[in-house]
Design a protein around this ligand. Structure first.
Ligand code: ADE
Length: 237
């Protein structure tokens, strides 16, 4: 069981996206929980303001330390009331380490994970220094806010939590589980647009099917991701 807590200015966006399909069912079955905490609810500003100009000048507004800190404290107190505490706080930012499958596997072991989503030009550095344990990016491009990256990470982590996927194999056998890309797959009909399903998949010989799939995975990885292929070869050597 992992509890995901997402600190954001746009809770509806996050909840709508994450309470759908596989993750929605996993929430109903209590394999995971997902809460979105509205940072604006914690501002002490009487107009509900959460951002201000940056010292030193420059374009755009910055999220202020106070509402972010108080929203985090409220979540930490709820977690502490359950007997846990010291949860990892992940700030999603293009300045962070790049997210990958191994990080997802490691984070899936945690009982609570707090995600902090920035907006506008970012967040006052002083509150980041006090509460953030990990800074993670989803890739070398810049988005308008941290909500989509947080959703990407929650999805990738949540599907590795025991019970979320019915078929425990699929989290292991698919792309990246063993450092290889996934093999091609086919469903009915046997012939479509004159293209035949590879006959070996109809043979019923599971050992041969497995060998064919591994070979295809290796070929694909070599062609499309030489970097992953090199790493695979050195592990096998
Ligand atoms: N916020 C804006 N862009 C981002 C990215 N690429 N990764 C994580 N957080 C972000």
């Amino acid at each position: 069981m992992t509890n995901f807590h997402i600190l954001t200015l746009f809770p509806e966006m996050v909840l709508q996206g994450l309470h759908t399909s596989i993750l929605g069912r996993a929430v109903e079955r209590n394999c995971i929980s997902i809460e979105a905490v509205n940072i604006r609810d914690y501002t002490l500003d009487k107009h509900g303001k959460v951002d201000d100009y940056t010292y030193g000048g420059g374009a755009g507004m910055l999220m202020q330390a106070q509402p972010v800190y108080d929203a985090w404290r409220a979540v930490e107190e709820r977690i502490a009331a359950r007997g846990a505490s010291g949860s990892r706080v992940i700030y999603v930012t293009p300045q962070g380490r790049t997210f990958h499958q191994k990080m997802a596997q490691e984070l899936a072991q945690e009982e609570d994970l707090i995600f902090l989503c920035g907006h506008y030009e970012g967040i006052d550095e002083r509150v980041l220094e006090e509460i953030v344990t990990d800074e993670i990016s989803i890739g070398d491009y810049v988005l308008t806010g941290g909500e989509l990256p947080a959703m990407v990470m929650v999805d990738a982590i949540a599907r590795l939590v025991p019970g979320v996927l019915h078929n425990t194999d699929s989290a292991v056998t698919e792309s990246f589980g063993d450092g290889l890309l996934e093999y091609p797959q086919y469903s009915r009909p046997e012939i479509w647009h004159d293209k035949r399903v590879p006959p070996i998949l109809l043979s019923g010989d599971h050992a041969k099917v497995d060998a064919w799939r591994l070979e295809q995975s290796i070929l694909r990885t070599k062609e499309r991701r030489p970097d992953l292929y090199e790493a695979y070869c050195s592990r096998k050597a």
